[in-house]
Design a protein around this ligand. Structure first.
Ligand code: ACO
Length: 391
């Protein structure tokens, strides 16, 4: 009997839509109200108010840190940055020539070789590994970037936190405080998001009682896809294409070209990356912050092009399809304004989401049961194999 189809043409339940796959105390989304919270704190109250380090502590350890706890955690993070000789060896091989997310997936996996807690899923070992992986992820991206640029990674500045040192190390230049604050806010906004595809992948892996490094390697491979973390890079490619079409045109030409571009793509049945969401039925609360950041970075830089084109695209997609931007849409112009190379946009996402993935692995191991869903068989009816010569 044919299955009932949803408005999107997808069978009900396809892609596990609306299925509750796990219980979590880490983050929550109300998709209708457009609310995201981390351990009970609304993202609107966290963004711009707490640092990424405070946010990671909250995800890993359950509460926002006191000043003393934060200092101890920051010390633990900075002492954990060293990625070890195995990563250096792997990075020296052809891995450095692979595209960023492919290379970084391999490098994240290689981190386990020198981790003193490899092989233990004990709560204390998991807590240490979660902090270590959160500290190491930005260093991996910076090491990869330095290697392909043929330069040394700049030594970290003890005055800077994860966001500041990350900008310092990927650009090789001392970042200005506004850029650091903006990136810090981006890292908070991307840190966790309930049962998104990469977190689910990490939890499925962890639920076999595999280790944290294996789980985050699975998550890296999952984040890489253009329907998930890879969308931000695709957004920048669209903006660049529109900009090239505009050429020397004025603001009006930019608006018209952005609108035409969106309509052409939608008419051709293509998706516009950075729009739509499985859970949100209203504005993605993270997009609210990123839109504002994009606008103010445009004004500060004196080049509002990228924000303007994004805003024109947003209006047209909403008029034609009724879709709103997700976290990836304005993140693209924000990262571009911050000087992040386009192909490192998804790695920046991973720098942040490492804190969420590792928190979920801790949670999964604390109260584990193998994750093993069922499937609906749609293949041939039972039959017998004919001998090789008779097929
Ligand atoms: N552009 C155009 N149409 C879209 C878009 C889009 N970005 N997103 C959804 N639609 C349309 C679909 O074509 C479909 O239309 P139909 O009903 O006429 O067939 C309908 O909306 C439902 O779309 P699905 O892809 O079935 O929705 P689903 O919940 O499975 O997917 C997803 C959600 C993957 C985010 C989707 O909106 C999409 O592909 N967006 C673009 C990629 C993207 O931005 N990904 C980042 C998501 S956020 C994150 O992972 C960090």
């Amino acid at each position: 009997m044919p299955q009932q189809q949803g408005s999107s043409g997808a069978k009900p339940g396809k892609g596990l839509a609306d299925v509750v796959a796990a219980s979590t105390a880490i983050s929550d989304i109300d998709g209708r109200a457009g609310v995201l919270s981390y351990r009970g704190y609304d993202i609107h109250d966290l963004a711009g108010a707490v640092s990424f380090e405070e946010c990671a502590y909250l995800l890993h350890r359950g509460e926002l840190p006191s000043r003393a706890e934060l200092e101890a955690y920051a010390t633990e993070l900075s002492a954990s940055r060293d990625t070890g000789p195995s990563v250096t060896a792997v990075l020296g091989a052809s891995v450095a020539e692979r595209p960023p997310m492919e290379a970084l997936r391999t490098l994240v996996s290689a981190l386990s070789a020198d981790d003193p807690d490899t092989g233990s899923n004990d709560p204390e070992a998991n807590a240490r590994k979660a902090a270590r992986l959160t500290a190491q992820m930005p260093v991996l991206v910076a090491a990869y970037q330095a290697r392909r640029a043929g330069r040394e990674v700049a030594p970290p500045d003890p005055e800077l936190g994860i966001a500041g040192n990350f900008l310092l190390q990927i650009t090789g230049e001392r970042p200005d405080p506004t850029a650091v604050a903006m990136l810090d806010e981006c890292l908070v906004l991307h840190a966790d998001h309930t049962m998104n595809a990469s977190t689910f992948a990490a939890r499925v892996c962890a639920a076999t009682l595999s280790d944290m490094h294996s789980a985050v390697t699975a998550a890296m491979g999952t984040l890489k896809g253009p329907l998930h973390g890879g969308a931000n890079e695709q957004v920048m490619k669209m903006l660049t294409e529109i900009d090239e079409r505009v050429g020397d045109g004025d603001a009006g030409a930019r608006r018209d070209t952005a609108e035409r571009y969106v309509r052409e793509r939608l008419d051709a049945g293509a998706k516009i990356m950075g729009f739509g969401h499985r859970v949100y039925r209203t504005e993605d609360p993270r997009a609210t912050h990123l839109r504002k950041m994009s606008e103010s970075l445009g004004e500060l830089s004196g080049d509002t092009r990228w924000y303007d084109m994004s805003a024109h695209m947003e209006r047209t997609v909403f008029v034609v399809k009724g879709l709103r931007p997700n976290v990836d849409f304005y993140a693209a112009s924000v990262y571009h304004y911050l000087g992040v190379p386009t192909d490192l946009f998804t790695p920046v996402f991973a720098v942040s989401r490492m804190s969420g993935w590792t928190a979920h692995v801790i949670e999964q191991h604390e109260d584990n049961r193998l994750i093993r869903p069922d499937s609906e068989y749609i293949g041939p009816s039972p039959r017998k194999p004919a001998p090789l010569g008779e097929r």
